[in-house]
Design a protein around this ligand. Structure first.
Ligand code: CU
Length: 801
């Protein structure tokens, strides 16, 4: 009986809901199509609005701008780099050999770059004080000794030859010196040792993996290990692609060798064993005996050297209609931002900033202003960790600290129409290594693009309104060996600034045998090798001055007794707190996104009494990533910057970067140990620096073949004004529309279209002009610095792997 009644009641409800469709609760919305017209508010309409169509034949010239002050962060000019190199060669005690002639036992200059002025000096200059003198630093490799090392030297002031001095540079280290041991100074000879050892088992190589060892490349762990005072290298055999596609990192072969390469005398080096299919053989005799007894299991070969799957060309059935040209972006109004290219300065809408380019970390932004007020002094990458794991020692022993290789040398020309729209403004970048200055043409791009969704929209019975969401982006891409990292800095009309990194290119993979715990089996003989990417940025914010505080506004559940309610109510409220000192400044994004992280000057409140703040938050790619491994056997304290999503420190000129590229030489004695920056200093109303990490936990799956795709290998952070202005600044944009409905008839046809001066392009567009000329690529420009002859540059396009 009860069941029947329930069914009857359900049927009644269903009938009722069918009759009464969902409707808004607001009375106004229920009477959406009113017979009585409401006042159609158009008071803001100014007579000067020109909503005419835009004539494509009259695209204006690109705006130009004169830099407000000299770019004190601009990289060394070729002449400055040449001067520094010549100056150092004149210092006989350094005993330098020209890099082009240097062997394993010669001292040489490896890198020359600008030593960016201390913030203290930069702020003095921007306040009208003296311009800071320019200094360079050079990393010198001292190889003439039994214990080779690298050390940074400071050289300057530049431009005043009589005053120029030099000396070891240690000011921005935590170690007290930039000197670091190089345990791999004889890599050419160690490779000979590896090869000769492998060749002793060529017959086994041939039987197991189809060719003698000389057909394979041997490389492995990075950084090198130290075991009981000995320097250890593990190498594995990697297939050599026979095509142009350099997918070697997809071709591990499953044979590994362990070496002791301590010291510089090859007589002291030792071969320590073989590893195959998770079985370790301490001697070649052991390995050979096992082989001859048939105890070596023949595992599936990873034979892709000549296969299309390691390539990137199109394959598989064509997709429907996919050969037709897809939608594309054009810029019919021409360039809507102003650049001073010579001084590396740009203005877009209410933003302005300078940029620079470094060998170690690529593009860097300086003195970022919004609406005439500084919001950041410095924004740039400091280090990128890729920490692998695996059943084999090569994957287990790989923790790339990529600034060791540098992002500057691998920031090649961008692909117009793919990396950046063809209408982008492309500029060059230059770095100075091995006494050669190399310019990568068109390796940084600036462009506006449509976000694909409006910044704002609203409709009601009387109007429909929406605002364009045009984004301004600065981008560069570095192909560091197998991986391609895209770096994007984007500026938005609501005042937001976002930082994104995307990864593509070839994964570094593992041989599949016994690796199931460390990755997916993704191809015959191949396993994806799980790894963490953690990329660390320095973001030196100055919000309405340099006295800043980090606040946490947490959305928190609460039970509250109100006067107007007889019983307590379960609700939520906003709980405010502040970050007091560096002891608590290792921050994690709160679960459920409940805590807003704000930075503000407590003395600068808006007229409602709220701090004029900027909010920093994860943007794309989920919550902030940080390293799974907190106490790495590979990278030690050199990766202390990677252990949490966000840190806050008190600015010090001596704490310029979170990492040093040469720490990778000896990561357990890092030149910069970031954890030492967190030493308890007060953080309330101080000059604060935020250090955030972006990255991904990358467990490659079949979709990573042939290349990882940007779609999911994408992480970003965004900084947005938060009670900083009195309302949304994107309402200033002319690029919006309001459709005014004619309500007098009760119909919703459009009576008027308001465009607020924002012009719309019409007419014919020459798409041929928007088509990139891919044959225009000219390669790098290289200038040898020692001996230096600016009239006689020589060309040598560098290989990238
Ligand atoms: Cu990856």
């Amino acid at each position: 009986m009860r069941a029947t009644a329930a069914l009857a009641l359900g049927a009644a409800l269903a009938a009722s809901s069918a009759l009464a469709a969902p409707s808004p609760k607001y009375q106004y919305m229920k009477n959406r199509f009113v017979s009585q017209p409401l006042a159609n508010f158009k008071a803001d309409k100014a007579p000067h609005w020109n909503t005419s169509s835009y004539n494509l034949t009259q695209v204006p010239e690109a705006p130009t701008v004169k830099v407000p002050h000299r770019n004190i962060w601009a990289g060394l000019t070729n002449a400055e780099a040449a001067y520094v190199v010549a100056f150092l060669h004149n210092q006989t005690e350094l005993n330098l050999t020209a890099a082009a002639d240097a062997g394993a036992w010669d001292n040489l200059i490896s890198t020359v770059d600008l030593l960016a002025p201390n913030k203290t000096d930069a702020l003095t200059f921007m306040a009208g004080g003296p311009e800071p003198p320019r200094y360079a630093y050079a990393t010198i490799m001292f190889n003439t000794v039994e214990e080779p090392y690298l050390e940074d030297y400071i050289i300057g002031p530049l431009g005043s030859p009589n005053e120029t001095t030099y000396g070891p540079y240690s000011f921005t280290t935590t170690k007290g010196t930039s000197r670091v041991r190089n345990f791999d100074a004889d890599e050419d000879r160690t490779y000979e040792f590896f090869s000769a050892t492998a060749a002793t088992c060529d017959d086994i190589f041939e039987d197991l993996i189809g060719a003698p060892s000389g057909e394979y490349d041997l490389w492995g762990i990075d950084p090198l290990w130290h075991e009981e005072g000995r320097v250890i290298s593990w190498v594995g055999a990697w297939g050599r692609p026979t095509s142009v596609f350099d997918g070697q990192t997809l071709l591990p072969q499953g044979i590994y060798m362990k070496f002791d390469i301590t010291g510089r005398d090859p007589a002291g080096w030792k071969f320590l064993g073989w590893l195959h299919n998770a079985v370790y053989y301490p001697t070649t005799d052991d390995f050979r005996t096992a082989y001859s007894k048939g105890l070596l299991e023949k595992t599936t070969r990873n034979d892709g050297m000549n296969s299309t799957w390691i390539g990137t060309d199109r394959r598989g059935p064509e997709l429907p209609y996919d050969t037709r040209p897809p939608p594309m972006q054009i810029a019919p109004g021409g360039q809507r931002f102003a650049i001073d290219e010579e001084n590396s300065y740009v203005e877009w809408m209410d933003f302005s900033f300078y940029w620079s380019f470094r060998r170690d970390t690529g593009i860097r932004l300086w003195d970022i202003k919004y609406k005439g007020k500084k919001i950041m002094h410095e924004l740039g990458l400091d280090e990128a960790l890729a920490h692998y794991a695996g059943n084999d020692p090569v994957q287990s022993g790989t923790s790339y600290l990529d600034t060791y290789y540098g992002f500057g040398p691998y920031a090649f020309e961008l692909i117009s129409g793919y990396d950046c729209p063809s209408y982008a403004k492309f500029v060059n970048s230059t770095f100075h290594s091995n006494e050669i200055s190399t310019t990568h043409r068109r390796s940084i791009c600036f462009y506006e693009h449509d976000a694909g969704f409006p910044m704002q929209r609203h409709t009601n019975g009387q109007y429909a309104a929406a605002r364009k969401n045009t984004v301004f982006t600065v981008k560069s891409v570095s192909t560091v060996g197998n991986y391609d990292y895209s770096f994007l800095y984007s500026f938005h009309l609501d005042g937001s600034l976002s930082v994104e990194v995307m990864a593509s290119g070839y994964i570094q993979s593992a041989y599949y045998a016994a690796n199931g715990e460390y990755g997916y089996h993704i191809k015959d003989g191949l396993s994806g090798s799980m790894h963490d990417h953690v990329l660390n940025w320095k973001m030196d914010m100055d919000v309405l001055g340099t006295s800043n505080t980090v606040g946490f506004h947490t959305v928190s559940p609460a039970t509250v007794k109100y006067d107007w309610s007889p019983v307590p109510r379960n609700t939520m409220h906003l709980v405010r707190s502040e970050l007091e000192n560096e002891n608590n400044a290792t921050l994690h994004w709160a679960e459920n996104g409940k805590t807003m992280v704000l930075i503000y000057n407590k003395d600068e409140k808006n007229k409602f009494g709220e701090e004029r703040a900027w909010r920093i938050m994860p943007h794309v790619g989920g919550a902030g990533m940080y390293s799974t491994i907190q106490n790495s056997s590979n990278a030690g304290p050199a990766m202390n910057f990677a252990k949490a999503p966000l840190f806050v420190t008190k600015h010090k000129d001596s704490e310029a970067h979170s990492a040093h590229p040469n720490s990778a030489y000896d990561p357990f004695n890092p030149i910069i140990d970031f954890s030492k920056y967190l030493d308890g200093e007060d953080l309330v109303q101080e000059d604060l620096v935020l250090w955030f990490n972006l990255g991904m936990h990358h467990v490659p799956h079949t979709g990573d073949l042939g290349n990882t795709v940007h779609q999911t290998a994408h992480a970003g952070i965004i900084v947005s004004p938060h009670n900083y202005l009195e309302e949304d600044p994107s309402s200033q944009s002319s690029q919006m529309v309001r459709l005014v409905y004619n309500t007098s008839t009760g119909d919703s046809f459009v009576e008027e279209v308001l465009q607020f001066g924002g012009q719309t392009a019409t007419g014919l567009y020459n798409l041929t002009a928007a088509k990139p000329d891919y044959y225009a690529y000219e390669g790098d420009v290289n200038t040898r610095k020692f001996p230096y002859d600016p009239t006689d540059p020589y060309d040598e396009t560098a290989a990238i792997v």
